[in-house]
Design a binder for this molecule. Structure first.
Ligand SMILES: [Zn+2]
Ligand SMILES: [Zn+2]
Length: 244
């Protein structure tokens, strides 16, 4: 498996740093975890064809995580496209709103190769290669706008994506401390990491990759990283990590 960090900024773009989108490459297929803009450009710049995307998993509907969805759908509609993918939204209302938006800007939404579904709690996507589970967080409170974190499993490999969490970290995944992970991909914006250093010290992972990063935490990471008992990477746009 390979993780390609396409965009690694917080809720706003920074110079050389776009909003959140992570590409997972496995079994000859691509999966996108969040779809901040401009995903299609960032993939093309890296020579990654959207034709190989099989699933798009959206943690929540904040713009920094979804802004490229309509451009990606448009690319899937090219006559030469071979993409055969499912968009997983955090809730049905999001699918309906997205399709209404697409009708307004493209005039049509029908594409037999593209499906839309919801990332309900528990395992919501499974094929011969990977299994993806969703767990609700409190980053957005209550229907009709939910927020998720994702657990991604392939044979004996496990990756945890925290999604966005709350400032007090009460919804930071307990399983990060209670289970062993190959990779934890954590956001680095909605909390002051030095106030939660004991929590981060207790995480059981072979490596930690921070994305969705904000200056307030980047400025203290020189002090934080030496205290953490696992290798830490602060992802920049375009960084790639092999997990096997
Ligand atoms: Zn965000
Ligand atoms: Zn958010």
């Amino acid at each position: 498996m390979k993780l390609v960090f396409l965009g690694t900024s917080h809720g706003f773009v920074e110079v050389g740093c776009f909003c959140t989108a992570t590409l997972l490459e496995t079994g000859g297929a691509y999966y996108l975890i969040d779809c901040g803009a401009p995903v299609e450009a960032l993939m093309k710049n890296k020579g990654k064809s959207l034709d190989h995307v099989r699933g798009i998993f959206i943690t929540h509907m904040h713009e920094d995580h979804v802004a490229s969805l309509s451009s990606v759908l448009k690319d899937f509609g090219r006559r030469t496209s071979t993409a055969c993918a499912t968009f997983f939204f955090p809730e049905k209302a999001g699918i309906e709103a997205f399709l209404a938006w697409v009708r307004a800007i493209h005039g049509r939404t029908k594409n037999d190769r593209i499906q839309f579904d919801v990332s309900a709690p528990g395992v919501f996507f499974e094929n011969e290669d990977i299994r993806v589970s969703g767990i609700l967080t409190d980053h957005i409170k209550g229907y009709p706008t939910y927020a998720y974190r994702f657990e991604l499993k392939k044979e004996n490999k496990k990756i945890l994506f925290t999604g966005d969490v709350c400032g007090d970290m009460h919804d930071f995944p307990k399983e990060a401390q209670n289970e062993e992970w190959d990779v934890v991909v954590s956001e680095l914006t909605h909390f002051h990491i030095e106030e939660h250093i004991e929590l981060f010290k207790s995480i059981q992972t072979k490596q930690m990759i921070f994305t969705h990063k904000h200056r307030q935490n980047l400025e203290v990471m020189d002090r934080v990283i030496p205290q953490l008992p696992y290798p830490v990477h602060i992802a920049c746009d375009g960084d790639e990590f092999e997990t096997e």
